[in-house]
Every structure is written in C-alpha cells, then in structure tokens.
Design a protein around this ligand. Structure first.
Ligand SMILES: NC(=O)c1ccc[n+]([C@@H]2O[C@H](COP(=O)([O-])OP(=O)(O)OC[C@H]3O[C@@H](n4cnc5c(N)ncnc54)[C@H](O)[C@@H]3O)[C@@H](O)[C@H]2O)c1
Length: 317
C-alpha cells in the first residue's frame, strides 16, 4: 500500500537512494534537507535530479533547526519519518564537534517534537556502528554501557536515548537502525571507497591512516534500504535498536586488492599515522535484524564494489 513518508537528509548519499526507491514503489515522499556544506552541496542537488521529476516528491529546503518553518510547510498525515539528516563523518567531528551537537542532537530532538506535533507515530532513526566504540566485536544490540570514542558517535548514542524517552512519553515507535559502513552509488566523497576510486581514475594520492589492517563491516546501500523499509512497518515494540550490517568485517588491505583486481588499476598509497577516535574494527552481529525483521544482506563485497565502480565510471563520462 502506498505511504506518505518524510525523509530528512533525503538529498544525501543514503537518503537520495532511499527517495528514489520509495518513489519507484509508488510512495509519496517529502524530503527535508539543508544541502549543508560538509561536502559539496551541488552533489546533493544532483542526487535529487530524478526524484524532482516525480509528482509524488516534494522538497522542503531547510535546516532541521528551523522547525517552525518546516512544520508550516508540512500538510496532511504521514505514515513515518525516516530521520537521516545529520552531520556525518567520524574524523571531521573530532575537530568540529559543535556543528555535530547542533545538527545531530538538537536537530533530532526537533524532528521528534515535530513527529509528536504532527501525530506521526513511526520514527526510523539512522544511528551508527560507531556508537560501539572499541567494544569487543562482533557488536550486539544487547551491549550495555557503550563508550563511543568520537563526538559524532556520542551524538548518535545521545539521540537514541532521546528517542527512547519520546517513545515512553508519547504515542510514537522509535526504531533505531545502526548502519555499518554503507557504500554504493552516490557514496560520500569523504569515505574511503571514493578515495580509492579517485586514486585509480584520477591518480590522486590515497592516504591510509595506520597500516591498512583496520576492518569494516561494509554494507551495500540496497541492503540498508531493505532494513529501512522493514523498520517502517515494525510496530511490535515502542523502542528497538537493530544492527544493519553485512556481518562480515573486511580489512582495508583486502578492499584495496579488490579495487585493483576489478579495475586492473594501481592505487597510489601514502601510509600515515592512525587516528584516535576511529575503531579498529566494526562487525555487526546481525542476528536480531535477521530474526525479527527477516533481513538478509544480499550484496557481497565484490559485487557491491563492481556496482559502485560502474556508477563511478559513468559519473566521470
Ligand atoms: N554512510 C554511512 O556509512 C553511515 C554509517 C552510519 C550512519 N550513517 C548515518 O546515515 C545518515 C545518512 O548518511 P549519509 O552517508 O547519506 O550522509 P550524507 O551527508 O550524504 O547525508 C546527510 C544529509 O543530511 C543533510 N543535513 C545535514 N545536516 C542537516 C541539517 N542540520 N538540516 C537538514 N539537513 C541536514 C545533508 O545536507 C545531507 O544531504 C546520517 O545520519 C549518518 O550519520 C551513515
């Protein structure tokens, strides 16, 4: 059945892929995005080219701090809010924590207030694997006393707690999805796979922090979208957290090899000191999402990288 859905951060990497998916499946989408300058805003505008041609799509160009403005521009009933708007990026947050507080903590509280005001009962939140910090992997949702090691991760954990409070106080289901290293078409420029591709196709030097032995549980964007779609319909409890991860951590050195094999190219690497604030490994125990949401990640790393490279090469044309 067709739904009316608000997507905050809908112009970004994950958000724009989600908007296109929702529109393709005949849902109505209202996107809220400020086109913030964490990375080139024109890339985000470009991400919405297809969505903007649909009569089921509308855009409210606004910062989520301007909640009065947003509220005035939202009309009718909505089935869910998918709250993706945030300042992303662990590394940048180490040097610029204040903006993260404003967009991620104050912004999320605003969107929760908006849900209550507009009587929207389903709230899906983009959390992050980074909230597990250096907890021994694989990470389980049942882990208590999480100690995030970056300002970005702290804002995500804090927002989960705010969401829990709202779910206890109001008629609102809060589903927190902890995304693990998402990749795919429209990938953010600050993320490593974009830098690897740029090294191969534009001969840019790739800085590797540490010796390349860190592992990430890379998860293809379509599998993340499947998780979001399940979360929209999840009404069995008022507050729940789910890991959305592939369940298979891969060392950066292995990622580099796959890129070189698939492109027959050469990566120009410079090794520099590792950075405090980044975890050595992320690894989702994804059994909860499998059992309760019926999710099974479908895209393995090699096929995911092939899809990403196809998109990347098209973009260069
Ligand atoms: N990409 C990943 O691997 C990953 C992993 C874990 C969690 N997440 C989370 O998923 C969400 C989407 O991530 P992404 O990779 O697509 O990032 P992105 O930066 O491409 O998208 C975020 C979008 O939010 C918008 N935005 C930022 N601050 C805003 C504000 N104050 N008001 C309105 N709009 C604002 C930006 O303009 C952007 O379009 C974020 O919440 C991020 O923290 C992403």
């Amino acid at each position: 059945m067709s739904k009316r859905i608000i997507v905050t951060g809908g112009a970004g990497f994950i958000g724009s892929n989600l908007c296109d998916y929702l529109l393709k499946n005949k849902h109505e989408v209202v996107c809220i995005d400020s086109f913030d300058d964490y990375y080139e805003p024109s890339i985000k505008r470009n991400n919405l080219t297809k969505a903007l041609t649909s009569s089921n799509f509308s855009l409210i160009e606004s910062d989520i701090k301007e909640i009065g403005f947003i509220s005035d521009h939202l009309h009718g009933n909505f089935d869910a809010i998918i709250h993706l708007a945030a300042k992303a990026g662990v590394r940048y947050s180490l040097k610029h924590p204040v903006g993260y507080q404003e967009s991620n903590v104050v912004g999320t509280k605003n969107i929760l207030d908006l849900a209550v005001k507009k009587n929207i009962k389903q709230f899906v939140f983009a959390s992050s694997s980074s909230i597990y910090g250096n907890t021994p992997a694989p990470f389980k949702e049942t882990f208590q006393d999480l100690k995030p090691i970056s300002p970005y991760a702290q804002t995500k954990l804090f927002s989960e707690k705010t969401g829990k409070e709202f779910s206890e106080k109001y008629e609102l289901n809060f589903v927190s999805l902890r995304f693990f290293s998402v990749y795919g078409p429209r990938l953010r420029q600050d993320l490593v796979m974009n830098k690897i591709a740029a090294s191969i196709y534009k001969n840019e030097r790739l800085k590797i922090f540490g010796d390349g032995s860190t592992s990430r549980d890379y998860t293809y964007v379509d599998d993340i979208i499947s998780g979001i779609m399940k979360a929209i319909d999840y009404k069995e409890s008022k507050f729940e957290t789910f890991n959305l991860g592939n369940g298979n951590p891969i060392k950066l050195t292995e990622i580099l090899s796959i890129f070189e094999e698939e492109t027959k190219g050469k990566i120009n690497i410079e090794f520099v000191d590792s950075i405090k604030g980044e975890s050595d490994i992320t690894w989702a125990d994804n059994n909860k999402a499998k059992t309760i949401l019926g999710l099974n990640p479908k895209t393995d790393i090699r096929n995911g990288i092939k899809n990403y490279l196809e998109w990347y090469k098209n973009k260069l044309k």
